[in-house]
Design a protein around this ligand. Structure first.
Ligand code: TXA
Ligand code: MG
Length: 316
C-alpha cells in the first residue's frame, strides 16, 4: 500500500502520548485507542474512555520483533511465527501471548496484573511510524466503547465517542477489518484465544503443529477478555438465516437476491471480513426490527467472522 504520511500529525500524536493522553491510530485490522503502555496514568484513560472492565488486559504494539524482545520472552516457535507473520513485505495480523520479562517498565494495569503480555506488530504505515517515533510500546484496544462494534474508519471512531473523541490519525478504511488472531504461546502447545485476521490454517502450516482452541478441555488458559457478548449492534441479530423475517435487514454472503447489503457477492471471505463491521453498523437502523445474516462457512477467515457474529448475536 502506498500511503502519504503526514509527519506533522504523527508528531502531534507523539506529543499527546508523551503527556499520557490517548490517540486513535489506524491499524490494518481496526482502529486502536492507543496510549503509552509504560504509564499507568495513560492506561487508565483507555479503560475510562472505553468503559472497559479493568481486568481485561490490553495488547502491546511494537514496530518490530526487536522492540518487543525488550519486554517479552520469545521461544523458538514464537520467533518463527513472528518472523513469518510480522514482516514488512508479508504481514498477517497475529498477536502472540508471551511471558513477560522481569524488570520491564510495562504498566501492570495494561496487562491487568498478568505475567504474560499480548504483543503485536501492526502493518499500517501510520501505526508503524507512530510506534517508531514514540519509541515505547503502545497499548491499544479497538477504538470504540466496550461492547460496541469495532471501528474500521476514522468516522466510526468519531461516532463511537462523540464529543469525547480523541485525536484521530486518519489512515483510511482498515484493510483487514477484523481484529488480530490471538495465540497463547506460553505453553508447549499453542492455544488459539481469539480467531482473527490470520487464519489457524496458516499458523498450523508454519508451525507444523496443531493449534488448540481455547475451549478445548486440554487448553487450560482462557483469554480474560473473551466476554461472551461483544461487537454488538443495537438491533437483535439472527445468524445462518436463509430466509429473513418481515422487517429484518438481510445481510447476504454469496448469491443473495433480497439482501439489503452483501458481505461478499462472490463469497470471498477476506472481502466479507473487511465489510463486516461497517455493514453491521449500516444495517443497525431503527427502520428495521432486526438483522438477519446468511450462513458463512467456518473455514479460514470464516472462523473469525462467525466468532464476531455469534458474540454480536448473544443477548447480554
Ligand atoms: O487487531 C487488534 O488486535 C486490535 C488492534 C487495535 O490492534 N486490538 C484489539 O485489542 O483487538 P482488544 O483490547 O480489543 O483485544 C485484546 C484481547 C482481549 O480479549 C484480551 O483479553 C486479550 O487480548 N489479551 C490481552 N492480553 C492478554 C494476555 N496476557 N493473555 C491472554 N489474553 C490477553
Ligand atoms: Mg475490542
Amino acid at each position: 500500500m502506498t500511503f502519504e504520511i503526514d509527519y506533522t500529525l504523527i508528531k502531534k500524536a507523539c506529543n499527546l502520548l508523551h503527556q499520557s493522553d490517548v490517540v486513535a491510530m489506524p491499524t490494518e485490522t481496526v482502529y486502536g485507542l492507543a496510549a503509552d503502555a509504560t504509564t499507568d496514568q495513560a492506561i487508565v484513560k483507555i479503560y475510562e474512555m472505553k468503559n472497559r472492565p479493568s481486568f481485561n488486559p490490553l495488547i502491546a504494539h511494537f514496530p518490530d520483533i526487536e522492540a518487543a524482545k525488550k519486554y517479552v520472552h520469545f521461544s523458538k516457535t514464537a520467533e518463527l511465527l513472528a518472523k513469518h507473520f510480522w514482516g514488512l513485505d508479508y504481514h498477517r495480523p497475529l498477536t502472540l501471548v508471551l511471558p513477560r520479562l522481569e524488570n520491564t517498565n510495562l504498566s501492570h494495569l495494561a496487562t491487568a496484573g498478568l505475567d504474560t503480555v499480548a504483543v503485536r506488530v501492526p502493518a499500517h504505515p501510520i501505526a508503524l511510524e507512530l510506534l517508531r517515533q514514540f519509541r515505547k510500546p503502545l497499548a491499544a484496544p479497538s477504538a470504540n466503547r466496550s461492547n460496541h462494534i469495532s471501528p474500521t474508519t476514522a468516522e466510526h471512531v468519531r461516532m463511537s465517542f462523540g464529543e469525547n473523541a480523541p485525536f484521530i490519525l486518519d489512515g483510511g478504511a482498515c484493510q483487514i477489518g477484523l481484529e488480530s488472531t490471538i495465540l497463547d504461546m506460553t505453553q508447549d502447545q499453542p492455544v488459539l484465544l481469539r480467531p482473527g485476521g490470520a487464519t489457524v490454517e496458516e499458523i498450523e502450516d508454519v508451525l507444523k503443529l496443531p493449534v488448540l482452541r481455547h475451549n478445548d478441555p486440554s487448553a487450560t488458559i482462557k483469554a480474560p477478555g473473551m466476554l461472551k457478548r461483544h461487537y454488538a449492534p443495537s438491533l437483535p441479530l439472527r445468524l445462518n438465516v436463509v430466509k429473513p423475517l418481515h422487517g429484518e435487514a438481510f445481510l447476504g454472503f454469496g448469491h443473495a437476491e433480497n439482501a439489503i447489503l452483501n458481505l461478499s457477492p462472490s463469497s470471498n471471505l477476506s472481502e466479507a471480513a473487511s465489510n463486516l463491521f461497517s455493514m453491521l453498523r449500516d444495517l443497525d437502523n431503527p427502520k428495521f426490527n432486526g438483522i438477519a445474516v446468511m450462513p458463512i462457512p467456518h473455514e479460514g477467515l470464516g472462523l473469525a467472522i462467525n466468532d464476531r457474529l455469534s458474540r454480536a448475536a448473544t443477548k447480554s
